[in-house]
Ligand binder design. Structure first.
Ligand SMILES: Cc1cc2nc3c(=O)[nH]c(=O)nc-3n(C[C@H](O)[C@H](O)[C@H](O)COP(=O)(O)OP(=O)(O)OC[C@H]3O[C@@H](n4cnc5c(N)ncnc54)[C@H](O)[C@@H]3O)c2cc1C
Length: 201
């Protein structure tokens, strides 16, 4: 398995056009030397080529009416945070727990989920951006006009970093939701669909 990454603020390639993605990768990596040409040769026969942009999803709110978002759809922190799976799982636990604790009232449940989850998400997204800035400082994109000293990397010593890492790892409380109402007893009037689903169980 090999993984390449490169800065590309101007990335413009169709996510379904694999041939164009492979051309772009060959072009950007062709002068790297070492084993790179041999690795790139395998692009012709690899069965599981994967190309994507490293990006975050940052939204002011994660719900509207009865629709709530979770995981990457709500708050992707990017692979550079290393925490996307953890955020999705913690979010699922809190979303289910807060909805149940609110008697399945979506407005109150979504509000509780977002209140508990947002500081944790923000700390992890900050870690993702910090990592990107470090990579950018190590490999400034000179093709975009950057000079090696154009963007100094972040200072990585100081209490702020310890504080940020602490918030990114432990900055969320996971209440014990034992005893909250089960989803079979939703608040408010039942819709015909919901009643039908309950009968079929
Ligand atoms: C290269 C890479 C490396 C990563 N490394 C790490 C790591 O080291 N640690 C870490 O914690 N996280 C990592 N992540 C992030 C992690 O994979 C995601 O944050 C996590 O998978 C998000 O979970 P999710 O359930 O929100 O979304 P997903 O895992 O993307 O699940 C969404 C699912 O919905 C399906 N779907 C989409 N549209 C539809 C539709 N219309 N109908 C039905 N199904 C649909 C998709 O096929 C997919 O199965 C990495 C991500 C990438 C891309």
């Amino acid at each position: 398995m090999a993984m390449f990454s490169f800065p590309a603020a101007d990335l413009d390639v169709d996510h379904r056009d694999v041939a164009a993605q492979q051309r772009l990768l060959r072009d950007r990596m062709k002068d790297m030397g070492w084993l790179t040409p041999r690795i790139l040769d395998h692009l012709d026969d690899t069965p599981d080529f994967y190309f994507d942009q490293v990006a975050q999803v940052v939204m002011d709110r994660w719900s509207h009416g009865r629709v709530g978002l979770l995981g990457d759809a709500a708050f992707s922190s990017s692979p550079l945070s290393g925490q996307g799976t953890g955020l999705a799982l913690v979010g699922a636990y809190l979303l289910a727990g807060e909805l149940a604790a609110a008697g399945w009232d979506p407005r109150a449940g979504f509000a509780g989920y977002e209140r508990r989850m947002r500081p944790f998400v923000e700390a992890n997204q900050e870690i993702g951006r910090l990592h990107a800035r470090m990579l950018d400082a190590a490999e400034p994109d000179t093709s975009l006009g950057a000079t090696p000293d154009a963007r100094p990397g972040p200072e990585l010593d100081g209490e702020w970093l310890t504080d940020l890492v602490e918030r990114a790892i432990n900055g969320v409380e996971l209440p014990d939701y034992a005893g909250v109402p089960a989803s079979e007893a939703p608040a408010g009037p039942s819709s015909p669909n919901r009643a039908g689903r309950r009968r079929s169980r």
